[in-house]
Design a protein around this ligand. Structure first.
Ligand code: MN
Ligand code: MN
Length: 455
């Protein structure tokens, strides 16, 4: 039989359900501009659905719904299944960090009687895309006395905004000859934050005025920047794209467009055979390292807790057995074929907008380097599962073989012994300040993850 792909809108899909799910996702994006905010919102949604902190249980039984937060930047949500933990669990793993500009430890300075923040970009960005767009500031400051100040400024209509300036075309003759990676260089990604001098101040009076305003509003001083995590993100909120409203444009679809459906799939799972685990990681965009990334032991810790609290011995042997018998959908975005820029794609193996979730058997670059390659057996299992549950899906590579490439958390989960495959939503303009996805594909991600938990 001939294998043919179908545009999801040419199937019997219910447009109303698809669009309704998209509204929930847009609401999530609105309050989840950083990994910390994503985790906070995910916990709020989980609690609304009856999930409780894992530490509040002394014993767990089938049907119990738990969550565990990893240092405010990562999260595991789980629904206890009827089978033993040591017989394996079903994991959907996504990440909630996204490319952005972090403030440097000493960010504040004045130059030419204007005040700026120095930044250090996080993750893979095209630097020139961050000039001349409205930006907002999100994050936390820990004061000398230990108090935490949450900062979130630039997204509400009456909020101020911030910007990185660029040279006018009239005087850009030399700049325009540079390669695009140097049009705006890393040390030119300086955020404009004010211009008014503090009266009576002789030196750096604009900077002094900013410090005085920050102190007034947040009670912080210059040294407090040394114990802070402040992130510059695009100020625009998620918007429908297109006359037909079929697409969503937003910052950080990568990877909240998988994190939200993964979370919702876990929150709407009632009874399952294998325990359903939704893992939301931090630091994927910089290599998954550190104690909040997917390379950390957090997943293992929580699985040991689940073994213990469900009455199994929390031994290394049981943990390894559990991992060895587990399955994971590494839920991360794929590069949707862009008719505007067809060159780096291989059309027969590229993901497509409106064709449902994209399954990537492997990622990596140049000869599958650095990739986890899912087994034919796992591909077969997922294929049958999705077909039986009317999940629209297709397979994809990230581009032409030697065109580039990228990674996900798949390899780190697979390293633990877990049968793992990448499965996520196709994105246009990935890693740009405003990325585009299809509402149909977002809903299909939810359906895919829900069927995976409930098989
Ligand atoms: Mn990603
Ligand atoms: Mn990414």
């Amino acid at each position: 039989m001939k294998y043919e792909l179908k545009n999801g809108w040419n199937t019997n899909i219910d447009k109303e359900i698809v669009f309704k799910f998209a509204e929930g996702y847009k609401d999530f994006l609105k309050v989840s501009k950083t990994e910390r905010e994503s985790v906070t919102e995910a916990v709020r949604l989980a609690e609304l659905c009856g999930f409780k902190p894992l530490e509040s249980f002394t014993a767990l039984k089938e049907g119990d719904k738990v969550y565990a937060v990893n240092k405010l930047k990562g999260l595991i949500v789980a629904v206890i299944g009827s089978e033993n933990i040591s017989s394996g669990v079903n994991i959907v793993g996504a990440h909630v960090d996204a490319p952005r500009l972090d403030l440097k430890p000493n960010p504040l300075y004045e130059d030419g009687e204007l005040a700026y923040f120095k930044t250090h970009y996080y993750g893979g960005i095209k630097k020139y895309q961050w000039g001349t767009i409205p930006l907002s500031l999100h994050g936390v400051v820990i004061k000398a006395d230990g108090e935490r100040v949450d900062i979130k400024i630039g997204d509400e209509n009456d909020d101020v905004t911030f910007v990185i300036t660029d040279l006018l075309p009239h005087l850009a003759q030399e700049q325009m000859k540079k390669s695009s990676s140097q049009v705006i260089e890393a040390e030119e990604l300086n955020l404009l934050i004010g211009s008014m001098p503090l009266s009576g101040e002789e030196k750096d009076a604009v900077k002094a005025n900013i410090l005085s305003l920050l102190n007034e509003k947040y009670g912080i001083c210059e040294e407090d920047f040394l114990s802070a995590e402040l992130e510059i993100v695009p100020a625009a909120n998620a918007k429908d794209v297109g006359f037909d409203r079929s697409l969503i444009g937003a910052y950080a679809h990568d990877d909240r467009v998988c994190a939200y459906p993964a979370l919702m799939a876990a929150l709407t799972t009632e009874a399952c055979g294998k325990t359903a685990v939704c893992l939301l990681s931090d630091k994927e965009e910089v290599g998954s390292m550190g104690n909040t990334g997917a390379k950390s032991d957090f997943l293992k810790l929580i699985l040991l807790e689940l073994l213990d609290k469900t009455g199994e011995a929390a031994t290394q042997l049981n943990l390894l057995r559990c991992l060895d018998r587990s399955h994971c959908l590494s839920a991360d975005v794929n590069a949707a074929f862009d008719p505007n820029f067809p060159a780096p794609y291989e059309k027969r193996n590229a993901s497509k907008i409106n064709y449902g979730v994209a399954i990537a058997k492997y990622t990596g670059a140049r000869g599958k380097s650095g990739s986890s390659d899912a087994s034919a057996e796992l591909m077969g299992k997922i294929r049958t599962l999705f077909n039986e549950n009317e999940v629209l899906w297709h397979v994809a590579e990230l581009g032409k073989v030697d065109a580039g490439g990228g990674g996900t958390i798949a390899q780190y989960i697979a390293n633990l012994g877990v049968e793992t495959v990448d499965c996520g939503v196709p994105v246009l303009s990935m890693h740009a300040p405003f990325e585009v996805v299809s509402k149909l594909d977002v809903y299909m991600a939810y359906k895919a993850f829900h069927s995976f938990y409930n098989n």
